[in-house]
Design a protein around this ligand. Structure first.
Ligand code: ZN
Length: 717
């Protein structure tokens, strides 16, 4: 893929959200000069302008499409392309695909059909209507995009809604699937059926080929523009959306709008995943202006909230696109743009030291196969909690980590340790790569049912990484609803800081294993006295630990020249759901021990602080981003999941204030062959005095409000 130079450094972009029907003509206050001046005046580098919205109304002089009636003679795309260029800004095209009510109404045979007996997916009660990317709608979209790219000098394009809303049974899908499968009918959902799994995989191919058709249409006339597409958050969405982590052949890169009700942590995790799956950097992350996603039109999140989201994205490698919403009369609320201007000033101060390459140390493995074929419709319990909980434990332990996927297996050698958070489904190629990685001196940390099944969730006779972990699987604890484990060796680095006097509650089922070879058991599975019954129990409140078994719950092993740690319990899920500090300590200890090498940096800071480490080789420097996001300030009004006392909804906080953190100690390693020339705190511009200790340097950061970066400039030894 080629790209224009400006794309590599631009991080201040804005999308003016424009999903307006035109039965009420509206747009009477539309003034393209005023809009261009507003975008430029707020300090943006690029404006993303609507050509077509979810309603299906067009905002250019389309030769075949319903133009918004309120525009009259105006051509929004043509005028704003020219006006933004005159102001030295870039013009990005926004185009909504699949979600198109006008095409849905005009072409009943293009509609997505959600049920095998022919009901429309887009319920009559919903405002959103969809057409199928396998229908003639695809050729129509290609024609429209070609027309736009030929006619207007756009500098980039974003395709929205490039995903499935449901399993489509329209005649076009039936025909296309029959051709792909050798004449089969669309199967019913059954996760034990290979045909169904093949169909799930084929749905990915449809979306990727649709994106490719759209990107090709744009590149036909604008070969150098970066085309991005809407990729629903792959960590918090299921197989249903059909957005593949592997879109390398599509000619486009994924992008996403992260809404904080999915958890503030997603502003950190989603960019880390895009860092692994995007061919071109920086990728874009959209940040919405309204408090409640986009269902609330006029509100705006507080400045500090949006600054925290912005800095999370920047410190994790992304560029920011703020989402504003236009009023149906075609005007913008000016005070929103005052806040955008303040935010852009903050981005601009940080742009010079954003980006580069993450300094490799730990990586958490994202397995789309595990999410789809193992977790399928039980995303939270079977995938998200383990994955995000492991990430959160590393984040709060200030261990720098990347997220990697099977696409990155050829470069795993650069990491010291890979975390497999209940990564159940691993294909043979993945198993081979992980085994070779550990044999050559790398480390792995695996939990619960990691490597139990192949890529399509069919069980191996023994876990594929059993010899790496030094275990043999013999069963699980599902005959008890509550189990525990007790640390029996607190001398080992993996269990250091733990107590041995009482068990830890697992809160989740555990596997039962035995050790093999020289593997060491550091903890044992503990059963309750009995499985309780309403009339027969040991304690009325809970199910206390009763019988310690010989089954190991934590196993440390050596494999080749590398190290492995296995937890019989899903440690990440334990931390995600009930915040047991024990799970966090064990995961962090395991990562550090298995890595068998120090991290590039250690940070002595509160839990709310996140550390990311980036190399900027062109500048010969390493950047340590310190982000302070306090999303929970107490007084959480939570709802409780039945029976378990686990609070939900606690992330639904708008951030109204962030308390500065003070006197943070950062200790970092100096890469071989380098010496420290200067250490600066940015953007505050304060020079820090490093204290040298062998190949390490330590600095004291006096204060971080939302974000500061320690920039260590090297000179050659
Ligand atoms: Zn269809």
């Amino acid at each position: 893929m080629s790209e224009q130079d400006w794309y590599r450094t631009a991080r201040r972009k804005v999308l003016i959200d424009n999903h307006l029907d035109d039965w009420l003509p509206g747009y009477e206050k539309y003034d393209s000069v005023k809009i261009a001046d507003t975008i430029a005046g707020a300090g943006f580098e690029a404006g993303m302008i609507y050509a077509r919205c979810h309603v299906g109304t067009c905002y250019w002089n389309a030769s075949d499409g319903p133009k918004h009636r309120g525009l009259g003679e105006h051509d929004q795309i043509g005028e704003l392309t020219q006006l933004l260029h005159e102001r030295g800004l870039k013009m990005l095209l926004y185009y909504s695909t699949i979600y198109d009510k006008k095409m849905h109404d005009a072409h009943p045979d293009w509609r997505i059909v959600g049920e095998s007996h022919g009901e429309l997916s887009s319920s009559r009660a919903s405002r959103y209507k969809q057409v199928c990317p396998n229908s003639p709608y695809r050729a129509y979209t290609v024609k429209c995009l070609e027309e736009i790219a030929e006619r207007y000098e756009i500098d980039g394009a974003f395709l929205d809604m490039t995903f499935w809303s449901t399993v489509c049974h329209c005649p076009h899908c039936q025909k296309a699937w029959a051709e792909a499968s050798g004449g089969k009918a669309i199967p019913a959902e059954n996760w034990d059926d290979r045909d169904w799994k093949d169909f799930v995989a084929w749905r990915y191919d449809v979306i990727t080929s649709f994106i490719k058709a759209c990107a090709d249409a744009l590149h036909k006339h604008r070969p150098d523009i970066v085309v991005s597409f809407q990729c629903p958050n792959q960590i918090t969405n299921t197989w249903m959306r059909g957005d593949d982590i592997d879109v390398r052949g599509s000619g486009a890169i994924p992008s996403h709008d992260v809404y904080y009700p999915s958890g503030h942590i997603q502003l950190s995790l989603q960019p880390r995943l895009f860092q692994a799956t995007c061919d071109i950097h920086p990728f874009d992350v959209f940040i919405s202006r309204p408090v409640l996603v986009l269902t609330d039109m006029p509100s705006m999140k507080p400045f500090v909230h949006m600054l925290a989201e912005t800095c999370e994205v920047l410190a994790n490698g992304g560029a920011v696109i703020y989402i504003d919403q236009i009023h149906p009369d075609g005007s913008l609320y000016p005070d929103h743009w005052d806040q955008f201007k303040r935010l852009n000033a903050e981005i601009e101060r940080r742009q010079p030291f954003c980006g580069g390459e993450p300094a490799p140390y730990a990586a958490v493995y994202f397995s789309q196969d595990t999410r789809d074929y193992y977790a399928n419709n039980d995303l939270g319990d079977k995938f998200l909690q383990s994955f995000a909980g492991a990430c959160k434990a590393l984040q709060e332990s200030h261990i720098p980590f990347d997220i990697i996927t099977p696409l990155n297996l050829d470069t795993i050698g650069k990491y010291r340790v890979i975390v497999l958070p209940n990564t159940v489904c691993l294909g043979q190629d993945e198993v081979d790569a992980l085994k070779a990685f550990v044999a050559a001196g790398g480390g792995v940390v695996g939990t619960y049912q990691t490597s139990f099944c192949n890529a399509r969730n069919e069980p191996y006779p023994q876990p594929a990484l059993a010899d790496v972990f030094g275990v043999r699987a013999v069963g699980d604890t599902r005959h008890f609803s509550d189990t525990y484990f007790r640390v029996c060796d607190d001398e080992h680095p993996v269990t250091r800081g733990m107590y041995t006097s009482r068990p830890v509650t697992s809160f989740k089922a555990q596997t039962l294993v035995e050790t093999t070879g020289d593997a060491e058991a550091l903890a044992r599975v503990v059963y309750p006295y009995i499985e309780p019954h309403p009339d027969r129990y040991v304690s009325i409140h809970n199910n206390p630990p009763g019988v310690e078994t010989a089954r190991p719950a934590i196993v440390a092993n050596s494999y080749g020249t590398g190290r492995a740690v296995y937890f019989s319990f899903p440690a990440g899920a334990m931390y995600a759901t009930v915040s047991y500090w024990e799970a966090k300590v064990l995961l962090a200890n395991a990562v550090r021990w298995a890595a068998n090498a120090p991290a590039p940096a250690e940070l002595d800071a509160p839990l709310c602080v996140e550390l990311t480490v980036w190399d900027q080789p062109d500048e010969d420097r390493r950047v340590f981003h310190i982000i302070n996001v306090q999303s929970d300030i107490g007084r959480t009004i939570a709802t409780y999941a039945a029976g378990r006392g686990a609070a939900t909804g606690e992330n639904l906080h708008v951030i109204q204030e962030i308390l500065p953190v003070r006197d943070i100690m950062l200790r970092f390693r100096i890469p071989e062959g380098k010496t420290v020339q200067r250490v600066m705190l940015q953007p505050s511009g304060l020079e820090l005095e490093p204290e040298m200790d062998g190949d390490c340097a330590a600095v004291r950061v006096p204060e971080v409000w939302v974000h500061e970066a320690v920039v260590a400039e090297w000179s050659c030894r």
